[in-house]
Structures are given as structure tokens and as C-alpha cells.
Write a protein that binds this ligand. Structure first.
Ligand code: UDP
Ligand code: MG
Length: 141
């Protein structure tokens, strides 16, 4: 069973969409095996998105991700990484397919509701960034 890491971003929490988005995720067949609510510091948000450090949007991204509470989760499913990227849709909600989470709920490319890991390798790194082994439910059935 493959795992991916998602974050319900601060806009998702502010818009009271934790329930609606989690429902979409569960209805699509993903099992939530870890979740928590937290408020990232600028430093932690910057570290999570360090890969984008040189990009022009990095400062805004760090400000946004540290602007309020967010909800990281680890999700389990066959082909989780690829299937979850399909479920959330393109980074820019205007370019995201009909019915995807970003198309349904996001306002802009910056404030796009949700994160999804882009590879199995990064999913492992990102899951470990937010959760200790003891915080992850093993063999959920
Ligand atoms: N982002 C942005 N402007 C851009 C591209 C990305 O503000 O032009 C933000 C957006 O919140 C995005 C995050 O940076 O989700 C990470 O960018 P990435 O290209 O990894 O997109 P994702 O993998 O989230 O679809
Ligand atoms: Mg990405």
C-alpha cells in the first residue's frame, strides 16, 4: 500500500472546508493514517518548501503557509501519490480539471487549498517532516 502526504492549507481551514475536503479524500478511497492541526512558523514553512527557495513566489508562499492553522495528513491507497495528484488537480485552479479539489475550492495559484507529494520518494520525506512513527497508524483496515 502506497502513502502520500497532504496538507490542508490555511485557506482550507479559514474557509471551513476541512470536512468537505476530507470527505472528498475518503470518498476517493484514501485511508487517513495520520493527521493533526498545527500552525507552521515561517521557518518551518520555509524548510518544507525549501526546494522552491529560488522561485519568485517563495516569500509569499512561506507567508501564506504560516498565516494560520493547517492540517497535514498521511494518506494510504494503491498508487496513492499519482491518484492523489489527480484528485487535487493542477497547481493553478483555473487549469485544474472539473471536479478536482482545487477546481472546486481554490481561489488562486498561491492559495490553492491543498498540497500533495509529487513522488513516492518525496512522500516519505514529507511524511517524516510532520509525523513521528508513533503518530502513524499501522495497518489500518
Ligand atoms: N505556487 C505559487 N505560485 C506559482 C507556483 C506555485 O504561489 O506560480 C505555490 C502554490 O501554493 C503551490 C506551491 O507554491 O501549491 C508549490 O508549488 P508546486 O509547483 O510544487 O505546486 P504543487 O505541487 O503544489 O501543485
Ligand atoms: Mg509540488
Amino acid at each position: 500500500m502506497e502513502r502520500t502526504l497532504t496538507i490542508l492549507k490555511p485557506d482550507c481551514v479559514r474557509k471551513n472546508l476541512i470536512g468537505a475536503v476530507s470527505e472528498k479524500i475518503e470518498k476517493a478511497g484514501f485511508k487517513i493514517v495520520a493527521m493533526k492541526m498545527m500552525h507552521l512558523t515561517k521557518e518551518t514553512a520555509g524548510e518544507f518548501y525549501a526546494v522552491h527557495k529560488e522561485r519568485p513566489f517563495y516569500g509569499e508562499l512561506v507567508d501564506f503557509m504560516s498565516s494560520g492553522a493547517c492540517v497535514p495528513m498521511i494518506l494510504e491507497k494503491d498508487n496513492a501519490v499519482e491518484d492523489f495528484r489527480k484528485l487535487i488537480g493542477a497547481t493553478d485552479p483555473k487549469k485544474a480539471d472539473e471536479g478536482t479539489i482545487r477546481r472546486l475550492y481554490a481561489d488562486s495559484v498561491g492559495e490553492n487549498i491543498i498540497h500533495g507529494s509529487d513522488s513516492v520518494e518525496n512522500a516519505k520525506i514529507e511524511a517524516a517532516f510532520f509525523f513521528s512513527t508513533a503518530e502513524v497508524v499501522a495497518n489500518r483496515r
